[in-house]
Design a protein around this ligand. Structure first.
Ligand SMILES: Cc1ncc(COP(=O)(O)O)c(C=O)c1O
Length: 354
């Protein structure tokens, strides 16, 4: 049939986002959102924009946000470009660097979207498995002829594990192409790579406001990179990829350092309390530097546990990485409030007969 669709689009499965139930009461621990409401400064910031009127186009470069983020990140505003969620940024980067039949590399298991972005470009993707302790193997830094871009979520999803800043710099030294460090979860870690971009053009850092700032519903992310690269990304992005309300809200949110420190502190505390509790129930876990915990147990039917929780309106993410060890099944459990976490543990104990 001649439907005009490019064959690579016809053939690709398409990225499937996590479940987003819209009605009812539930405990939602499946897409790593913040369990707390965002900074109260957002409402005033948005109201001001509404009162000024939405009849004009927004600032194409989201200058207010660039300035606010620059103070937090520690790089000049010209090193920052905003996007409609960090997925928008990842799309822009892939379109900028990776052409048809060229190669994009990602670790496995990691964020599945990178592979879909390669498929949209009709490019190849190389999934390089982590070793059993979630370390990268030498294959990950090996140069190959068509390699144009490497993605590394740090901390990684679904594991929550991370490479140090020094390891990232070493990896970038070894690679023949730019390295994108996807720092969607770095706000929950002790270290990040943002200021490495001041010294080098081969590292690009992406961030999101969806997780640590509690703004998943707003859609706002940003890239931190050398201004020469930012100028190229600007050519690829939609002219007005962020709207006036989201620019105002994201700028207010990133400037509220008190809210940020308190909220990420609470989430990290709950995370560090949850891990031994999950282990006591019999799950195998790894130390997480993010706002979720990856739980596995080779002998258990994890899908059934996920489904039983879902019947009780508790959503966790059941993930299958079938090319990974032990069939690659696991439950990725986002960190909720202490109360949500206690309820989850109680329900898990009941399901497991403990
Ligand atoms: C590793 C990673 N990068 C990027 C994103 C996308 O975040 P955003 O909501 O900013 O598009 C996610 C979302 O789950 C993620 O897990």
């Amino acid at each position: 049939m001649k439907n005009g669709i490019r064959p690579n689009i016809n053939e690709m499965p398409g990225y499937v986002p996590g479940e987003q139930p819209q009605a009812g009461t539930f405990i939602k621990l499946n897409t790593n959102e913040c369990p707390y409401l965002p900074s109260s400064r957002i409402a005033d910031a948005c109201m001001e924009v509404i009162q000024r009127g939405l009849n004009r186009y927004p600032d194409p470069m989201a200058g207010t946000f660039r300035k606010a983020a620059s103070e937090v990140v520690g790089v000049p505003p010209e090193y920052i470009m905003a996007g409609n969620g960090s997925d928008d940024i990842l799309t822009i980067l892939t379109r900028t660097f990776v052409g048809e039949n060229e190669t994009l590399r990602l670790p496995y298991p990691s964020y599945i979207l990178y592979k879909s972005l390669a498929q949209i470009q009709n490019a190849k993707s190389e999934e390089i498995p982590f070793d059993s302790d979630w370390n990268l193997t030498p294959n990950f830094s090996a140069p190959t002829p068509d390699l144009k871009l490497v993605y590394l979520p740090n901390p990684n999803s679904p594991s929550g594990t991370r490479l140090t800043r020094a390891q990232i710099a070493e990896l970038a030294d070894a690679l023949p192409c730019p390295l994108v460090v996807d720092e969607a979860y770095a706000d929950f870690a002790d270290e990040n790579c943002a200021t490495l971009v001041l010294e080098r053009k081969d590292i690009i850092v992406t961030r999101t406001m969806s997780k640590a700032y509690g703004l998943a519903g707003l859609r706002f992310g940003y890239v931190i990179a050398h201004p020469d690269l930012i100028q190229q990304f600007v050519k690829v992005k939609d002219s007005y990829n962020c709207d006036a309300l989201s620019i105002a809200a994201a700028s207010a949110a990133i400037s509220d350092r008190e809210w940020f420190t308190e909220t990420t502190g609470k989430i990290r505390k709950t995370r560090d309390w949850m891990r031994p509790e999950l282990e006591k129930l019999g799950f195998h876990t790894v130390q997480s530097h993010a706002n979720f915990i990856w739980c596995t147990q080779a002998g258990w039917d994890l899908k059934s546990i996920y489904l039983q929780l879902k019947e009780q309106n508790i959503f966790v993410r059941y993930m299958v990485y079938d090319k990974w060890q032990d069939g690659g099944c696991g439950l990725r459990i986002s960190i909720g409030t202490d109360e949500e976490s206690r309820i989850l543990l109680e329900r898990l104990a009941a399901i497991l007969g403990k």
